[in-house]
Design a protein. Structure first.
Length: 163
C-alpha cells in the first residue's frame, strides 16, 4: 500500500474537465470543518434542520456481492446496524437525511419503517477486475422530497432538498 490516489480524473485525453470547479470547491472548503472521526460521534452532533449525507461501505448481512472482501474488514454488519440506529435518531431530531447503500433485503429491513426507499441503477466503471464492472442496483434512502435543480453556470444537474 503506497497511500496514493488511484482513481484517474477525467478521461485519457482530457484530464481536467471544463465542468470541474476546483477553485469554487476550494473556496467553499475554506469555511468547512472537516472531522476525521467515527460516524456516530459526528452524526450525534447534528441538530434539527441539519443535512446529513451518509455513503457507508456496502456491507450486507449475508454478503454475496462483489464488495465482500473489502467491506467486511473495514465495516462489519454491526457497524451497518449501528449507523442505521444513529441515522434514525438523527431523523427523529429533525435532521434531513440522505443515505446511499446496497439494494439488499437486510438493508431494506434496517430503514423501511423510518425512511423513503428508492432503488437506483448505477454503472460501476472503476474496479481492478473487469468482473466487478457493470450495472449495480443501489438504494437511495431519505426522509425528505427531492426536487430537480439546474446549476446554470456549469450545466451540472443535481438534486436538492426542497425548502
Ligand atoms: C463508499 S465509501 C464513501 C466514499 C465517498 N462518499 C466518496 O465519494 O469518496 C465509505 C467510506 O466510509 C468510511 N468509513 C468506514 N468506517 C467508518 C466509520 N466507522 N466512521 C466513519 N467513516 C467510516 C470509509 O473510510 C470510506 O471512506
Amino acid at each position: 500500500m503506497k497511500g496514493q490516489f488511484n482513481v484517474p480524473m477525467g478521461t485519457k485525453t482530457n484530464v481536467i474537465l471544463g465542468t470541474d470547479d476546483f477553485e469554487d470547491l476550494a473556496s467553499i472548503l475554506q469555511r468547512a470543518d472537516i472531522l476525521h472521526q467515527d460516524f456516530e460521534t459526528v452524526i450525534d452532533q447534528a441538530q434539527e434542520g441539519d443535512f446529513i449525507f451518509a455513503d457507508p461501505p456496502y456491507t450486507v448481512k449475508h454478503n454475496f456481492n462483489g464488495f465482500v472482501k473489502y467491506n467486511e474488514k473495514i465495516f462489519h454488519w454491526d457497524d451497518q446496524v449501528r449507523l442505521s440506529k444513529c441515522l434514525i435518531n438523527a431523523k427523529n431530531r429533525g435532521c434531513l437525511v440522505l443515505i446511499t447503500n446496497a439494494y439488499h433485503p437486510s438493508i431494506l429491513e434496517l430503514y423501511e419503517n423510518d425512511f423513503d426507499l428508492t432503488p437506483l441503477k448505477r454503472s460501476s466503471v472503476i474496479a481492478a477486475s473487469s468482473e466487478y464492472r457493470g450495472v449495480y442496483e443501489e438504494l437511495l434512502i431519505k426522509n425528505y422530497p427531492l426536487a430537480p435543480i439546474r446549476r446554470a453556470r456549469n450545466k451540472h444537474f443535481g438534486v436538492i432538498a426542497e425548502p
